[in-house]
Each structure stands twice: as C-alpha cells, then as structure tokens.
Write a protein that binds this ligand. Structure first.
Ligand SMILES: [Zn+2]
Length: 178
C-alpha cells in the first residue's frame, strides 16, 4: 500500500517537475539558457538523464546509484561546470537541481516503465556579479564531465537581445557581451 502510494506520488511529482516527458528529447543534446539581467546571471540547464548518467529511470544497481549521486553532486556544486569571467566578480547565490527520477527509490515494481519513457534533469544556477560589465564569456565544462553530451544548445538573453549558439566537440566558450 505504502509503496503504491509513494510511487504514485513520485510519478505525479515527476510529471509536475517535467521529469518524465511525453515527447522524446534527443540524447546527447542539452539545452542551456543564459539570462543576463543587471547584476544577475541565471543559467537554466535542461538535460536528458541519458546524457548525464546513461539511463532514464530510477537507479537500480549500486553503480547506477553512484552515477546518480555523482551527477547530482556535480550539478549542486557547479563551479567546475560553469565559469564566468573572474573580472565580473560573480558570486553564486543559488543552485536548484530537479531530477525526481534519479532521486526516486527503485523498487522491483518500478522496472515496469515502458521503453519510451524519457526523463530529464533541470537545474537553475543564479549568480550575482559585482562588475557585470566584465561579463564577456561563459566557459561551459559540461561535456568534459558528462562524456555522453554531444552538443549544448545555448541561448543567451540579455539587454542586447537574444543569441543562439551551439557548443560541439571541444568548443567550451559562450560569448556573453559586446
Ligand atoms: Zn530520453
């Protein structure tokens, strides 16, 4: 009874947090939105779980649990993943990571999910910058840490409008300014 209840709650939560998707995403492709607003920089990341840990369901084995915990830990302490210009004096003020599927406990019954179920991780990281005029580039190290990432679709929105770019291969730098 309890298991059924908590599973239902977990599924509902997943759907609400868009952890489980009806429409498939593309494995290997992650989306990164960069919003520049005065002294604030907000990074919003949306990644298929496959691109981070290689599976898109609750972890079942010790190795999968380690992979999930490791991915969550790296995103919650993201200083190695995202680097803003030191000259801008940016301080990280918050990190929110949502990956309900990774944090769910897999019981024997959970394995029944269909092959077409996809799941994602969403993260939002906010910085406050003392010298926002010094913001020239964002270095994105995601693909160094998560080897399954093939492309990062970046959208930058700031006072000068919007710009789209894609990071592939060894490309790591996103232009932020002028
Ligand atoms: Zn998927």
């Amino acid at each position: 009874m309890d298991i059924v209840k908590s599973l239902a709650a977990a599924l509902l939560w997943s759907a609400q947090a868009s952890g489980v998707l009806a429409a498939p995403h593309v494995h290997g492709v992650v989306a990164l939105d960069v919003a520049l607003d005065g002294s604030r920089v907000v990074l919003s990341l949306k990644a298929p779980l496959d691109s981070l840990v290689g599976f898109e369901r609750a972890p079942r084995t010790d190795a999968e649990r380690r992979a999930a915990a490791d991915a969550l830990a790296r995103l919650r302490q993201p200083d190695a993943l995202f680097k803003l210009d030191p000259a801008a004096g940016c301080r990280r003020v918050s990190v929110e990571v949502e990956a309900p599927v990774l944090e769910a406990r897999a019981g024997p019954g959970v394995a029944a999910s269909g092959a077409d179920v996809h799941a994602e991780l969403e993260a939002q990281i906010t910085y406050d910058c003392a010298q926002p005029g010094g913001l020239q580039t964002l270095e994105v190290g995601l693909a160094d840490t998560f080897k399954r990432i093939r492309r990062i679709d970046v959208q930058v929105a700031g006072p000068r409008g919007q710009a789209k770019t894609a990071l592939r291969g060894t490309a790591r730098s996103v232009k932020l300014g002028r």
